[in-house]
Design a binder for this molecule. Structure first.
Ligand code: 5GP
Length: 216
């Protein structure tokens, strides 16, 4: 691997640059057969479609290790730090980008969200199936870093149902809700980029399909 990446064999890990370590890690992720690495499933889709409900069920099922993202958004009423998200400041988010700590990150409706890279890779190398529940730009970044990942797009049964769900979110201001609707419309047009499309008409069916993709 080191030869392929033009890293001298006399170099020690501690002496490698940040980018060299990243390239080496990516190569390991593609090539390791020591333990059967877990599958990386990326669940995406328009805001309000119900991704987080599915993610919570999969976490409970034990079939997946579900990543907890970092975000600069303020916590909602019932959200807990370290469980729903790691709620961090803009400065801390900047630092993590600079230190290359995110597998992907994106801005969504005025806030930033990112997936901690190291924990995801560790879980995969230990053979765990990993689920990321993220928005579309981030999903595309994951695919370009880790082409073996499976991108799944979750669609609402109808557009009207998605609108009803987004409008029912009492925690958002009217401006924020309007922005989320406009974004959802753009997001719905992205399904064809994904490896699989699931319709969220029955939560249990979606959960079963995701478990099946990971074991296929
Ligand atoms: P919310 O603020 O409603 O919790 O999430 C807004 C959007 O950000 C959702 O579509 C959610 O899937 C996405 N999201 C959550 N965590 C991440 C992340 O780590 N990276 C990216 N790219 N999107 C995320």
């Amino acid at each position: 691997l080191m030869e392929r990446l033009n890293i001298s064999p006399t170099r020690r890990i501690a002496g490698l640059g940040r980018h060299q370590i990243k390239e080496l890690r990516n190569e390991f992720m593609k090539n390791t057969h020591a333990v059967r690495p877990g599958k990386l499933i990326v669940l995406s889709g328009p805001g309000g479609v119900g991704k987080s409900t599915i993610a919570a069920l999969l976490r409970k099922s034990g079939d997946f290790w579900v990543s907890v993202s970092a975000t600069t958004r303020q916590p909602r009423n019932n959200e807990l730090n370290g469980i729903d998200y790691f709620f961090i400041t803009n400065d801390e988010f900047d630092r993590r980008i600079k230190e290359d700590e995110f597998l992907e990150w994106a801005e969504f409706a005025g806030n930033r969200y990112g997936t901690p890279q190291e924990k995801v890779e560790q879980a995969l190398l230990l053979g765990r199936n990993v689920l990321l529940e993220i928005e579309i730009a981030g999903a595309k970044q994951v695919k370009s870093h880790l082409p073996q990942s499976i991108l799944v797009f979750l669609e609402p049964p109808t557009w009207e149902e998605l609108v009803a769900r987004l409008e029912g979110r009492g925690t958002d201001s009217p401006e924020r809700r309007a922005a989320r609707l406009a974004l959802a419309q753009e997001e719905m047009a992205q399904a064809s980029f994904f490896d699989k499309v699931l319709i969220n008409d029955q939560v249990d069916g979606v959960v079963a399909s995701l478990i099946e993709f990971a074991s296929a």
